[in-house]
Ligand binder design. Structure first.
Ligand SMILES: [Ca+2]
Ligand SMILES: [Ca+2]
Length: 172
């Protein structure tokens, strides 16, 4: 039978047409959405400097270190490095408790005392997470550390903690 001959056939054809149309519209909408979405700035979510290739993410402390890490050396350009730290984007800089001193953002909470007064490590300003598995928590007697001592320094016969806990309590 030709389709017009029975009402059921026409209805089925109409139904199929509507479904096909709906699928097409949905596909178009999905395509548009994907095309309009902002592209991910980097392969993973890290804080750093994004090179012009939109792929290479340079750690903050590699910016303006006189070594080109971007293919075209964008991380060392005059515009960025001419007046440190003011010429740097704010997210790459951490100001110590004494605002005359600053460190790169990736030096905050890296367990090393780069501010000199541990304000990049232990003060509320830095808001660091707890020391974690690899570290022993105590007050350091060494200038280079603050409140986290590498566990490899536990029970090595040298006092690293003010309370000696690295030699008497910490298990390496
Ligand atoms: Ca560099
Ligand atoms: Ca630090």
């Amino acid at each position: 039978h030709p389709c017009g001959a029975c009402p059921g056939c026409t209805q089925r054809l109409l139904c199929i047409s509507v479904v096909v149309l709906l699928i097409l519209v949905a596909a178009l909408a999905l395509g548009l959405t994907l095309a309009l979405l902002p592209r991910a700035p980097a392969p993973n979510n890290r804080t750093g400097f994004l090179c012009d290739d939109r792929m290479t993410c340079v750690p903050a402390s590699w910016v303006c270190d006189r070594v080109s890490n971007c293919r075209n050396g964008e991380d060392e350009q005059e515009q960025l490095c001419g007046d440190l730290p003011h010429s740097l984007p704010g997210h790459l800089v951490f100001y110590c408790s004494n605002p005359r001193f600053w460190v790169y953002a990736d030096q905050r909470c890296n367990r090393m005392n780069e501010c000199g007064d541990c304000s990049d490590e232990t003060w509320s300003l830095a808001a660091c997470p707890p020391c974690g598995q690899e570290w022993w928590t105590c007050s350091s007697v060494y200038f280079e550390f603050c409140s986290c001592i590498p566990r490899r320094l536990c029970r090595d016969g040298v006092q690293h903690c003010l309370d000696w806990s690295d030699e008497f309590i910490c298990a390496a």
